[in-house]
Design a protein around this ligand. Structure first.
Ligand SMILES: [Zn+2]
Length: 419
């Protein structure tokens, strides 16, 4: 690892501004994601290793594909994180683990009238999805116009049709006829023009909801013996599982921007692994194991990550107050470009304070990825993975290019941390 070339002090201010506009280190580093996927192969049972090992380089190289297409569609970015602190002090109590339940409770609607008013429709606060009926409230300008009870199953079917199944629509439009079919609204003199469904996960992240979805896709690929899809989805689910192990992927203070610690995201997940993973970490994590409840499995990972957020931030904050300020941030050459990065001594001090946390999360990610692959394969009936034998890297490469091309939409602005 190269040593810092310059200390922060003494640099020209203009040059500093220019340099600081460079993106910091890459996420889990591309380095970390590639390493984690590669090591996960060695957790597999012999029947799977035989199929996966010839594709070690592919699984490693394509561990970063989800980040490469993050800017192509706004549906991608939110798969990489969840702002659990957006959901209150006890997010694990208030947030259903099931995707449909979460949408049932948290979707709200805007209904536009012919005279230009906007009505809002939402589930009454305090509602649980387990009750027989759900109370909906219709408001205009914040004033309650009507509330009514609707059978939970009827409302759930409405959400599945108009929200869950339309999740990847650019706008989830709902027709006036569909509104009027909702029991309780049919008699309401709704001067309706159109309406849309809005939900918070498109902004605050959906990582633990997406993981069971891609797990299902991978299982189906195994079941249908789709060798190209098996390899592509294996590489990609590895990415999202690794992201779920990073504490700062579970908080709205994802880059320390709310606590005066901007840049800590890359410090923790890129700088530290790049400095210490190869030389100091032990990646023999044992065998992959079958997962009985995949939804709980993924939520437990995110919950463990979230419990570490406080330490990740607090330890660096404490260190920054006792460490000389001109020895915290250094400049270093990376791939021919000078970038600002935490100095190696400062990184070492933070790494020591974290007391093995980064290594533990990387090890857990490796084990979890192996277990996710194994579970998909078992759930698909343990197909013979000799089907992967003749899959050339070139064919897989073409497949990936095709997928990326599908996402060639206008480049969108999304928040920067969700790698
Ligand atoms: Zn990511």
């Amino acid at each position: 690892m190269k040593q810092p070339h310059f200390l922060l002090a003494g640099m020209l201010p203009g040059l500093l501004i220019w340099l600081s506009t460079f993106p910091p280190l890459l996420p889990w580093g591309f380095f970390g994601h590639r390493l984690i996927n590669k090591m996960a192969v060695f957790t597999l049972p012999p029947e799977m290793i035989a199929g996966f090992k010839p594709h070690l380089e592919y699984l490693s190289d394509h561990a970063v594909d989800p980040d490469k297409r993050r800017y192509a569609t706004h549906f991608e970015a939110v798969r990489h994180y969840i702002d659990l602190d957006h959901w209150g002090d006890n997010p694990f109590d208030s947030l259903p683990r099931d995707w449909t339940r979460a949408l049932v409770l948290n979707t709200h609607y805007e209904i536009y009238t012919q005279i230009g008013d906007t009505l809002e429709l939402f589930v009454a606060p305090g509602t649980t999805p387990d009750s027989d009926s759900i109370r909906l409230e219709l408001t205009a300008n914040g004033k309650l116009m009507q509330d009514f009870l609707i059978p939970t199953e009827v409302y759930r079917a409405f959400v599945i049709e108009h929200v869950r199944n339309a999740y990847y629509e650019e706008q989830r439009l709902i027709s006036c006829a569909a509104w009027r079919k909702l029991p309780g609204m049919e008699g309401f003199s709704l001067d309706c023009e159109s309406g849309i469904a809005l939900e918070p996960f498109s902004v605050h992240g959906m990582l633990p909801y997406f993981l069971p979805q891609i797990q299902y896709q991978l299982t189906e690929a195994f079941r249908l013996h789709q060798s190209t899809r098996i390899l592509r989805l294996s590489a990609e689910i590895g990415h999202y599982i690794a992201d779920a192990h990073v504490p700062l992927h579970t908080t709205k203070n994802y880059n320390g921007q709310l606590s005066g610690q901007t840049g800590i995201h890359a410090f923790w997940e890129s700088r530290l692994p790049e400095l210490y993973a190869i030389d100091q970490y032990n990646f023999f994590v044992g065998k992959a194991t079958y997962v009985n409840d995949i939804q709980d499995f993924y939520w437990d990972i995110v919950q463990q990550s979230h419990l570490l957020v406080d330490s990740v931030l607090r330890l660096e904050k404490q260190l920054s107050t006792v460490y000389p300020s001109d020895a915290q941030s250094c400049f270093e050459e990376r791939l021919g470009v000078i970038v600002r990065t935490p100095c190696t001594d400062y990184a070492q001090a933070y790494h020591k304070a974290l007391n093995g946390m980064v290594e533990r999360r990387m090890r857990a990610a490796i084990q979890a990825i192996g277990s996710a692959w194994l579970t998909a394969w078992v759930d698909a009936g343990q197909p013979d993975l000799s089907i992967l034998k003749n899959k050339s890297d070139a064919a897989q490469q073409n497949d990936t290019v095709a997928v990326l091309n599908q996402h060639k939409l206008p480049v969108l602005r999304v928040r920067p941390h969700e790698e």
